[in-house]
Design a protein around this ligand. Sequence first.
Ligand SMILES: Cc1ncc(C[n+]2csc(CCOP(=O)(O)OP(=O)(O)O)c2C)c(N)n1
Ligand code: SF4
Ligand SMILES: [Mg+2]
Length: 292
Amino acid sequence: MHDIKHISKGLVPHGVSACAGCGMELIIRNVMDVLGEDTIIVIPPGCSALFSGYGEETALKIPGFQGNLENTAACAAGIRAALNAKGNTHTTVVGFAGDGATVDIGLQSLSGAIERRDKILYICYDNEAYMNTGIQGSSSTPFMASTTTTPTGKRTGRKDLMQIVIAHDIPYAATASIHNLTDLRRKVQKAKETDGPSLLHIHTPCPTGWRYDPSKTIELAKAAVQTGCWVLYEYENEKVTINSKPKELKPLEDYIKIQGRFKGLSAEQRQELQEYTKTSYEKYIKKLESMA
Ligand SMILES: Cc1ncc(C[n+]2csc(CCOP(=O)(O)OP(=O)(O)O)c2C)c(N)n1
Ligand code: SF4
Ligand SMILES: [Mg+2]
């Protein structure tokens, strides 16, 4: 932990070094705005580490701790336990980690914290690859997306973080998208108030890794929901609520055509991806409806 030296309006100053149009920056600004200053944040290596800081510097006006890719939830749980031992039950402890740090490398520590019922808020901003180290594919990288380790397109679909935490019967979990900040902020507040572990899985367009014009970040976040690539729902009291269900899905091209990571696909592959997306979406909605 280090003292906070930066003074600015709000808890996140202007002029941070995220790329222009970064979805993750927008998320942390909103998350911090809802959580307020009585918060301790744990951030693993990844793009978000610019918010936990380098050496003496930090881009957040709250105490922060940088752990490892493996242990965001364990570090957060340890801080929670120390606060509890001091009689402090009011401070929010939040883990803010990428998809690689969550769905791959830190999954065991997340599982342990949920199983122990540690009261931590865990946020996975999902930019669908290991961006900070050069866009390597993660288990959250979607089917057919090109990364530096899947140059001709990923051959498998993505791991389902939400269903994994639901299998732990987590008290509260929700997906969110930056195209609907009202919904996102409501979920942050709900997660904060949850008596036990809570998790938010937030879709995070990344202009550098997905290779699109930075002005299109919100448009893409919205298109992901409208084309069935991202489903907004929450799990609470052992039940699922679907927050947004498009009457009819928009064509997948609306989402993929401006992203460089899908540019190498042939017309047949694009068609295959369209069918895969539609079938997976319909199957997923049925499953969620059975959990309502
Ligand atoms: C065990 C381990 N493996 C690899 C690394 C190197 N590393 C640092 S950040 C990073 C990328 C993390 O990806 P993600 O969690 O998705 O965050 P993003 O960079 O996309 O924001 C990697 C692989 C590490 N720090 N620890
Ligand atoms: S690589 Fe992507 S997630 Fe990382 S700072 Fe740049 S836009 Fe944000
Ligand atoms: Mg990532």
